[in-house]
Design a protein around this ligand. Structure first.
Ligand code: NAP
Length: 306
């Protein structure tokens, strides 16, 4: 087993391997990582992570000092009837990444989810809170976390929540599309969480990487599990309402609250999945803004992109 302290330093100009390079989070990471080293950005087309031997070979051949895994099987409902693939991508592939990271003495940054919790809590979940996923997706992500933690590789496991961005399939993009098609949206009002702009997670990840180094040494005591999400909380209905108002549809589109029972889905979701991020603040001095601020920034960047 490699002692994390022996991990090479992910300092400037190192080899970096990024998985999930075309996802909402991976796309932003890809642009930011370019300032940190030579990035080999791997998308689904280049490597299917279910091909575990190929994954291992690619890592060992690249011999990176830093591996970032932003890839995941994120289709929460589809996972219920596709557990084998969810397990392969979310649990087995991270296990292989971590083992190979250990062999290369690389630092592994791996992302996980608030869906490892069952949602029965009434105050924010900490990194020590008991986990009890309600569905296949959450269980597969938890297995991935556990494999990384047990690997002996130097690692950061970053649990985030309710991710959205201006790219890809997500709640924000769905609401904005529906708002052009309908005058009334019905959105679940009994699940609470913290909507988090993916770009903020990518930026905080860069700050965390900087914070992993001190006097030319990797701060191995900072390895481990962290919650990384925006401050504050709302429901999907509250989030939708704010999106509709901020995007200028407020006059025409009404957002009506419904219950989870009114909108049955294959996967059960936690009723409450707010993450306490005080460990992140205590150790790294990093605190993401309130979710409303994140949304304003995302929408303003969307306007600029168009
Ligand atoms: N989205 C959320 O609300 C949320 C919430 C909490 C935590 N997270 C976690 O945050 C991280 C980033 O999520 P995200 O929202 O950025 O995800 P995303 O947009 O769905 O991106 C995931 C990427 O993984 C790739 N991928 C999936 N299966 C693959 C396979 N078999 N081989 C290779 N690549 C594969 C996808 O490629 P294709 O699209 O081509 O399949 C996609 O580019 C993940 O760990 C996720 O579990 C997400």
């Amino acid at each position: 087993m490699v002692v994390p302290g022996e991990a090479r330093l992910p300092k400037n100009n190192c080899q970096i391997l990024l998985f999930g390079a075309n996802g909402q989070l991976g796309t932003k990471l890809n642009t930011l990582l370019a300032t940190k080293g030579t990035v080999r950005a791997i998308g689904h087309a280049e490597l299917d992570l279910r091909d575990l031997p190929k994954l291992r070979t690619l890592i060992l051949e690249t011999n990176p000092a830093l591996i970032i895994n932003a890839a995941a099987y994120t289709a929460v409902d589809a996972a219920e009837s596709d557990a084998e693939n969810a397990q392969l991508v979310n649990a087995q592939a991270p296990r292989v990444m971590a083992a190979a990271a250990s062999e290369c003495n690389a630092l592994l940054v791996h992302y996980s989810t608030d869906y490892v919790f069952d949602g029965m809590a009434q105050s924010p979940y900490t990194e020590e809170s008991p986990v009890s996923p309600l569905g296949v997706y959450g269980a597969s992500k938890l297995a991935g976390e556990q494999a990384v933690a047990a690997s002996g590789a130097a690692h950061l496991i970053l649990r985030t929540a309710w991710l959205y961005s201006n790219r890809g399939k997500n709640f924000l993009n769905t609401m904005l599309r529906l708002a052009t098609e309908r005058n009334e949206l019905r959105v679940v009002n009994d699940q609470n969480g913290s909507p988090t702009y993916a770009d903020l997670v990518a930026e905080a990840s860069m700050q965390m990487l900087d914070g992993m180094l001190l006097d030319g040494k990797l701060r191995t005591e900072r390895c481990g599990l962290y919650h990384l999400a925006c401050q504050g909380e709302t429901t999907w209905h509250g989030f939708a309402q704010r999106i509709i108002e901020q995007a200028g549809f407020g006059e025409r589109v009404r957002v009506l609250p419904i219950t989870t029972n009114d909108y049955p889905t294959p996967a059960k979701r936690p009723a409450y999945s707010v993450l306490s991020t005080s460990k992140l603040e205590r150790v790294f001095g990093i605190r993401l803004p309130y979710w409303e601020e994140g949304l304003m920034r995302c929408l303003s960047e969307r306007a600029v992109q168009k």
